[in-house]
Design a protein around this ligand. Structure first.
Ligand code: G
Ligand code: G
Ligand code: MN
Ligand code: NA
Length: 253
């Protein structure tokens, strides 16, 4: 209960923050985008991870104002970045069910002045999202706004092959459990290779998540992944550090 109560006032008290983790484009070696990851600086308790409060936010409906806040805040930050750098924002399936999501996204773009091509929406399948025609319609409306749409956590139980033929995503984010096993044997590499080939044939780019070591980087590069995200390049950083991080990562390319 207290979590709910505290969370309900978190936006007004300015306790929500976004951390940004870089995603590097392997072809150019430069930062192509940042994923916005929410943080809750809870009064007297300190930093709370999204895994601890997003489920509560979803149960209570607070995910709607919080999700709107994240969209608008992420777009506003990104509008101040170099024009070739995009921002990726996670969407909860609940945002599909209960609001006019396309309207929220359009409002965030309008308020921030961010060009739609610089916004990526990350969608995780934790509810039967695409099985629902109305949700599919929302996805098409989002696409019409000119934003990009990524399927997050691909390869876990929730994001399965079934979704790929129902909607053409722009980007496939391969879950870090895959990347984790990539140096441990040929099987994971073979699967990543095949997934990457398939994604490319379907017109999608591929992002490898959770790359922590040079060996993992070498393997995902060999198997044809387009983008890499992970602690190898950087942990999520506060907005104030984004500029310096772009300079140092691009400078090192
Ligand atoms: O760094 P990490 O602990 O930040 O993120 C954990 C999980 O929380 C991720 O799987 C991510 O998808 C989810 N998450 C982070 N930020 C947001 C957000 O703004 N909205 C939603 N719906 N999920 C988020
Ligand atoms: O939305 P998604 O579930 O993809 O959220 C990404 C999550 O993965 C965040 O919690 C982020 O902090 C975490 N993460 C990003 N890079 C790495 C990494 O290299 N290793 C590990 N263990 N976690 C990572
Ligand atoms: Mn994500
Ligand atoms: Na993921």
């Amino acid at each position: 209960q207290t979590l709910k109560v505290d969370l309900s006032g978190a936006i007004e008290r300015g306790e929500l923050e976004l951390a940004f983790q870089p995603i590097v484009d392997l072809r150019s070696g430069r930062v192509g985008s940042f994923e916005a990851l929410m943080r809750w600086n809870r009064a007297r308790r300190g930093l709370v991870a999204p895994a601890e409060f997003i489920p509560t936010a979803e149960e209570t409906g607070l995910i709607l104002p919080i999700g709107r806040w994240a969209l608008e805040h992420a777009c506003t930050e990104a509008a101040g970045w170099p024009a070739e750098v995009k921002v990726a924002v996670n969407l909860s399936p609940f945002q599909f069910r209960q609001t006019d999501l396309a309207q929220d996204v359009a409002a965030a773009l309008r308020v921030s002045g961010l060009s739609p091509g610089r916004l990526v929406l990350e969608i995780t399948e934790s509810l039967p999202l695409l099985g629902n025609c109305e949700n599919l319609t929302v996805l098409h409306r989002l696409r019409e706004l000119g934003v990009q749409i990524a399927l997050d956590d691909f390869g876990t139980g929730y994001a399965s092959l079934g979704y790929l033929h129902q909607f053409r995503f722009d980007n496939l984010k391969v879950d870090r459990s895959f990347v984790c096993s990539i140096t441990k044997g040929r099987e994971a590499r073979t699967i990543l290779h095949a997934v990457t080939r398939m994604a490319h044939m379907l017109g999608m780019t591929v992002t490898a998540e959770g790359v922590e070591t040079p060996e993992q980087l070498r393997h995902v590069q060999m198997e044809g992944c387009d983008h890499v995200q992970g602690y190898f390049f950087s942990r999520p950083v506060p907005a104030s550090e984004v500029g310096a991080l772009i300079a140092s990562l691009n400078g090192a390319a």
